[in-house]
Design a protein around this ligand. Structure first.
Ligand code: FAD
Ligand code: DLZ
Ligand code: SF4
Length: 514
């Protein structure tokens, strides 16, 4: 072996990219470790399918690196001597190699709790620890901070336009292609009953995935969610095949039906690639360039492609920038002082609200629900019912296969719950049953009547909406974007507001969260 310094390189479960910064100066003699550890699987009790997906993807990635000649030590969860934590595995590797490593190299993790812990590793392990920026994003954290500096409002749309200019995506010189930055107004159609939905492609389980499923069934049997079938891709090529399938069969309609919901239809025209993007099996810029090519080749309209690109170089980049700019204080805020407990039906799906039931069932089955279900069904309900943000955030972080705190927290805390008091959005995304009825076919199949405003048969979203405005009047009444609902509230009779409060009180009692 040469005298060159030896590096121990730790790759985390959501860093499965050959171009990850922790590997970019890999040289012979270095060792890469990838470790399945209890601590990461149970700090929140992740959905069984999420753990199995990630462990299988990690094992396949280790093979991918080994095939390129890199030296990888893969630690399985049930290996004898598994230290149970990432730091424990790093320490074990240092000891096993008799102190011949000069440094540990890591790409910064996607969660504050782990970064904070890693900052203490050098002292604890008595070795240099080089924590590098995660470069798999369009905007570096410095770039986002520069954009945010001195701005009164961090409006996503303006950040997104800068990302369009910087990437050149959907640009015509310095102007947006087709003359508009944003085609959102066109992207709010309800699903026509006669529309045929694209079939989803599923992936066969190989021996690695079978082994992982057996392990997860054994070790995490009491975690939420259906483990099998596990039909998501677990390799880069399978993720790419899913992306191709999305371009071929879904992208053209993605824009029109982006906000639609339909009972029993989990995926509609969505891409279902967040789980691949977030663990490193797909690259965001590459995905967007390929989407743009679909438009240039005339296979998808501009409203669809712009809508898709906006989600990725707009929202995805924006929430990441915001998370790292504002953490750790961001997670502590609770602007609306929401404190009720998360109802049991978030776990059991036992509720007569058809929209909530379907969203929780989809989540349980697939470790997936699409954006509008997350925002306007389970998110909206938690907002209106004043559920403690920490409990809601834990739920979102553990139930979705694409959830890591950098992306989950701003979406839940900021976008869905308004717990940040308006850093992300100008007003809460609060909606009554009318919105859900407009965007879905849920209400026709529900025990409750969306047309009824009060009484035991009335849609709970209807009275909870007004109850939310009443309970939070001191905090929200001055918000200019809520002038209209507060004017309507002021016009209500005392009997009407008393009925709203009474229905809400009864409902909270019935679901055990009063
Ligand atoms: P598509 O609808 O096909 O969209 C394409 C891509 O755009 C997604 O894959 C995703 O990478 C990106 N994207 C879209 N919207 C957002 C957004 N608001 N923030 C960041 N990226 C976005 N997304 C996660 O990746 N992980 C999470 O843990 C997560 N938690 C959420 C919690 C709540 C309360 C809400 C309202 C949204 C959350 N989102 C999260 C955003 C969004 O719902 C998911 O990215 C999307 O549903 C994933 O499905 P898809 O891949 O089919 O996305
Ligand atoms: C989510 C997850 C799980 C379930 N298990 C592991 C693991 O065993 N080993 C690992 O390196 N990463 C895992 N992860 C992903 C990490 O939790 C993730 O890297 C951090 O939350 C930072 O984003
Ligand atoms: Fe949901 Fe209300 Fe419609 Fe039932 S009636 S599906 S609770 S919005």
């Amino acid at each position: 072996m040469s005298d060159a310094p030896r590096s121990l390189r730790l790759v985390l479960g959501d860093q499965l990219s050959p171009a990850i910064s922790s590997l970019n100066d890999y040289q012979d003699g270095d060792l890469i470790i990838i470790a399945e550890v209890d601590a990461e699987a149970i700090y929140v009790r992740h959905h069984k399918k999420k753990i199995a997906f990630l462990f299988s993807a990690m094992r396949h990635f280790a093979e991918e690196l080994t095939e390129t000649g890199q030296s990888v030590r893969y630690i399985k969860l049930d290996d004898a001597g598994n230290a149970g934590s990432l730091v424990g595995e790093v320490e074990r590797a240092i000891q096993q190699d008799s102190g011949t490593f000069d440094r540990v190299v890591i790409t910064a993790p996607g969660e504050w709790r782990l970064l904070d812990e890693m900052r203490g590793w050098a002292k604890r392990l008595k070795i240099d620890v080089d924590i590098r920026e995660d470069t798999r994003f369009v905007a570096s954290l410095d770039r986002f901070a520069t954009w945010a500096e001195g701005r009164k409002r961090l409006t996503m749309e303006y950040f997104y336009r800068e990302m369009r200019k910087e990437t050149g995506l959907l640009m015509d010189g310095d102007q947006p292609a087709d003359g508009q930055w944003n085609f959102d107004q066109e992207n709010r159609k309800k699903l026509p009953p006669e529309i045929s939905l694209p079939k989803r492609q599923t992936h066969k389980t190989d021996q690695i995935t079978k082994d992982v499923c057996a392990l997860v069934a054994d070790r995490f049997a009491d975690h939420f969610g259906d483990l099998e079938p596990l039909t998501y891709g677990v390799t880069r090529s399978a993720a790419e095949a899913d992306l191709d399938h999305f371009f071929r069969y879904c992208l053209a309609d993605f824009g029109d039906y982006q906000d639609a919901m339909a009972q029993g239809e989990a995926f509609l025209f969505h891409s279902v690639i967040a789980l691949y993007l977030n663990c490193g099996l797909l690259d965001p810029l590459d995905v967007c360039q390929r989407a743009e090519a679909e438009w240039k080749e005339g296979r998808a309209p501009i409203n669809a492609v712009e809508g898709f690109v906006r989600q990725i170089i707009g929202w995805r980049e924006y929430v990441r920038g915001l998370y790292w700019l504002k953490m750790p204080d961001y997670a502590e805020t609770n602007f609306l002082n929401a404190s009720r407990s998360l109802p049991d039906f978030y776990w059991t799906a036992e509720t007569r609200m058809a929209c909530v039931k379907d969203t929780v069932e989809t989540t349980r089955k697939h470790a997936y629900a699409h954006h509008i279900q997350r925002l306007m069904i389970t998110g909206n309900f938690a907002l209106l019912a004043g559920i403690d943000p920490r409990q809601v955030e834990e739920w979102y972080l553990l139930v979705y296969a694409d959830a890591y705190e950098w992306v989950e927290l701003p979406n839940t805390h900021g976008m869905a719950l308004f717990a940040d008091g308006g850093v992300m959005g100008t007003k809460p995304y609060a909606a009554s049953g009318a919105y859900i009825n407009r965007m879905s076919d849920y209400c026709g199949k529900c025990h409750y009547a969306v047309s009824k405003k009060n009484g035991p048969k009335a849609c709970p979203f209807n009275y909870l909406y007004w109850n939310f405005l009443i309970e939070n009047e001191d905090k929200l009444k001055g918000n200019p974007r809520l002038n209209m609902p507060y004017r309507n509230l002021a016009k209500m009779s005392d009997e009407k507001t008393a009925a709203i409060r009474e229905d809400s009180r009864r409902f909270f009692k019935d679901i055990g969260i009063s």
